[in-house]
Design a protein around this ligand. Structure first.
Ligand SMILES: Cc1ncc(COP(=O)(O)O)c(C=O)c1O
Length: 448
């Protein structure tokens, strides 16, 4: 039995693996040596063969309160007993209003209207559409350009991959990118910032590249700039000191909306509800997902400045103001989980806990700097990464083998390219952080 009182599943017959086409996975290799999880609780998964795996990644940067937090589970169960579903178009259920109100309260001042989606990808596409439609509603339809950043990850919708900057996610769809998109350079330069603890001191000036794009295209054609305040999926690329402030100044000066994609950085990952608060920089739109309900039920959304929302609220009242939405925008189960998760984060002091654990994780992860093939170690909040030199002709294989080693020996980490990334839940103990880093160290030593 686990602490929630339900029996652990019995080992089942071998699974049929063929029909499932797994996302972002090397399907053929995976199916030769599958990693199958059947249960989760707190900081651990149980595998199909009964092993405990320490989760170093909060699911996929989402289970910030740990797996199956009892209060969130209970809230979802209660919601299911009361209301399964109600259409969000021209009708609405109470939980969606309650969660929007709760999110508006914790969002930075002035951002107080929430549009729900089911995922981070949809949150991004929604935010981009809001930005374009906002300028149009104000009679400024010439602002059609969107600016993203190299190595940015904004999900997998056509909007998200267009403003995103991860080549592998874009190249097969090059013909279908949104028009009028440009990119800032990324801020990751190991010759200047390797082994930075927290925010690198070099690189703030790179925000001036936005000024160059404004000069090239003219501000009157640019609708919005979208960045992750800290790039998570590209392998924990921490913003240089002063960088986000400068982006904000340039956007404000030119009437360009600034969107922070906080799908990873929100809900305690950097020690605050939003990274905007940690960095002291307020965007015009925040996109969120993942940690909003500790990954329990798919949910995402965009939180917008009051003036943006107001710009839509004109014209005859019987007309729809924004032709956009999803069948499951703000699903009752997702919202119930969100309300419970926000309460858990607050009542259990999890944001303070993340702040207290940050220096512990920083020391632990930087203790890897002299291990073989390590070319960078970086961290912020409860996110950290170790970058390895790629093997000649085998990019990403070294990190993949370390990932396999860690899983086989009891810890879940993430690899992207030749980077090992971790993002433990806010409930982690110091000893669990030590165990995760010890396994990464052993993996780095074992994998030549
Ligand atoms: C910053 C950012 N935006 C968007 C997404 C996409 O979210 P989803 O996978 O829920 O569509 C992610 C996912 O990791 C992300 O990190």
């Amino acid at each position: 039995m686990n602490t929630l009182g339900s029996p652990l599943p019995l080992p089942s017959a071998p699974l049929a693996l063929e029909s499932l086409w797994m996302p972002f996975t090397h399907n053929r290799l995976f199916k030769k040596n599958p990693r199958i999880v059947v249960a989760g609780e707190g900081m651990h998964y149980t595998t199909q063969d009964g092993r405990q795996i320490l989760d170093g990644l909060s699911g996929l940067w989402c289970c910030n309160a740990g797996h199956r937090h009892p209060l969130i589970v209970e809230a979802v169960k209660q919601q299911l007993d009361q209301l399964d579903y109600a259409p969000p178009f021209q009708t609405q259920h109470d939980r969606a209003f309650e969660l929007a109100t709760a999110l508006a309260k914790i969002a930075p001042d002035g951002l107080d209207h929430v549009f729900f989606t089911n995922s981070g990808s949809e949150a991004v596409d929604t935010a981009l559409k809001i930005a374009l439609a906002y300028h149009r509603a104000r009679g400024d339809a010439s602002r059609f350009r969107l600016i993203g950043r190299a190595r940015g990850y904004h999900g997998v919708g056509f909007g998200g991959i267009s403003v995103g900057g991860m080549v592998a996610n874009r190249k097969a769809f090059a013909s279908a990118m949104l028009p009028g998109v440009d990119h800032l350079p990324h801020t990751h330069d190991l010759s200047q910032m390797a082994f930075s603890r927290g925010m690198p001191t070099w690189g703030g000036h790179l925000a001036e590249e936005l000024e160059k794009l404004v000069q090239l295209h003219d501000a009157s054609t640019i609708a919005a700039v979208i960045v992750e305040p800290m790039q998570g999926s590209a392998g924990v690329i921490v913003p240089p000191l002063g960088y986000l402030e400068r982006l904000r100044e340039i956007c404000t000066r030119h009437g360009i909306l600034l969107i922070f994609d906080e799908v990873i950085t929100g809900f305690g990952r950097l020690g605050n509800f939003f990274a905007a608060e940690r960095f002291g920089v307020t965007p015009d739109i925040i996109t969120f997902a993942k940690g909003v309900n500790s990954g329990m039920v798919p949910l995402g959304g965009a939180i917008v400045r009051r003036e943006i929302h107001e710009a839509f609220m004109t014209g005859p009242e019987h007309l729809v103001e924004f032709f956009h939405g999803y069948t499951y925008s703000g699903h009752p189960l997702a919202c119930a989980a969100g309300l419970a998760a926000l309460k858990v984060y607050a009542d259990e002091g999890l944001l303070a806990r993340a702040r207290a654990l940050e220096p512990v994780l920083e020391d632990l992860i930087h203790s890897l700097r002299d291990e073989p093939n390590v070319i960078d170690v970086r961290n912020l909040g409860l996110a950290a990464a170790v970058e390895l030199a790629p093997r000649a002709g085998e990019v990403s294989k070294r990190a993949m083998e370390i990932f396999h080693y860690c899983f086989d020996h009891g810890a879940m980490v993430r690899y992207v390219g030749d980077i090992i990334a971790i993002g433990p839940a806010l409930i982690a103990t110091e000893s669990e952080l030590e165990q995760i880093v010890a396994l990464i160290r052993a993996g780095i030593r074992r994998v030549a």
